[in-house]
Design a protein around this ligand. Sequence first.
Ligand code: UDP
Length: 408
Amino acid sequence: MTIELQDYEPIVGPSRIGEIRALGRHLQGVRMLHVNSTAVGGGVAEILRRMIPLLREAGIDARWEVLEGDADFYRTTKSFHNGLQGLPVRVADAELEHYLEVNARNAARLPLDAEVLLIHDPQPAALIHHRHERSGTWIWRCHIDAATPSRPLWRFLGPIVAGYDASIWSMPQFTRPLPHHQFLVHPSIDPLAEKNRDLEPEEIEAVLDRLQLPRDLPFVLQVSRFDRFKDPVGVIHAWRLASRYVPCRLVLVGGEATDDPEGAEVIAEVRAAAGDDPLVHVLLLPPTADLEINALQRAAAVVLQKSTREGFGLTVSEAMWKGKPVIGGATGGITVQILDGITGFLVHSVDGAAYRIRQLLSQPDRAHKMGERARALVRERFLITRHLLDYLALVQAVRTGSDDVIAL
Ligand code: UDP
């Protein structure tokens, strides 16, 4: 079933859809190209999958291309990711060379001649070296927390990013001193996607049965790539402390994005921390498991996103949209979604997370109220219709060269 713009009207109201259509009318046929590094897995692919058809419906001639790299390339770009998020990383000259070569190969393969190009994250950033006169405005879209990057790494990546005409960031504090306009756009979730649509109780039950998840105790959930910045081991420790007082299970759901080579190591760390505890369920689900994630987020008593660094954290809005108060690491984009004590809890430690798990499990009425406020906040700020409008406004702004007023 094709989802259309008008299907969002009952959720966000007619005026939002009207704004999108009005702006879209000014932008009919504008060619826009998005390039990222993976077709499945992780938040960027999750957004693009839904954003491209909606941009097209609004009138933009939007396309999405995926970079092709090899294992060495993704190891290097994982180091970039870690280094941008503040870990001390060493990247050898040969690896940097290979990164540039892979980008050059992709530049030869991809049609880089759009009017507006949105290049997502560091993996395809060096495509900018291959811009040609027919291609229009190049914008680097940074989805990660690059506030305190490793210095040697930024000496390499900084000049590449500076070559862009503009950049987009998920949080104001992530931006870098750069010689171009920087835009702030929060990511979003799609309320009509399989991952977020309303489910009947029987659909939820059927998923829990299929996953063989016992219903004897409430469960705490974290859904995340197995990445150390998501702190899955910290989640196990926090759950263990809390479950001494309030009996509950822990469900850790993950998969592997194709551009994340560290996943297997982190899964091993998680399994070691979980031991043979029958109350801990580590579920490796394929990237197509949207219905399963939806059902788990709805069935969970408490949802965690205990990240230590997070560009945005779509999983937070996903769970909030399902009326869950989320306990999240007080970092990056999580802090605009979780208003501490109002739509969830922000935590700084394992002990803090354990305390809040206990509290939410033992005060279901309070948890329910927080969950209602959480859903309302997502409706107002973090749905794909707002994101779509931001992108249309951005295209309009770069076309007219205007920084401020967007004339409808
Ligand atoms: N996700 C998934 N399966 C998994 C783990 C994550 O489908 O096993 C989804 C999750 O529901 C969310 C996205 O991947 O939609 C992760 O986005 P987020 O911004 O939370 O983190 P990122 O992976 O981009 O750092």
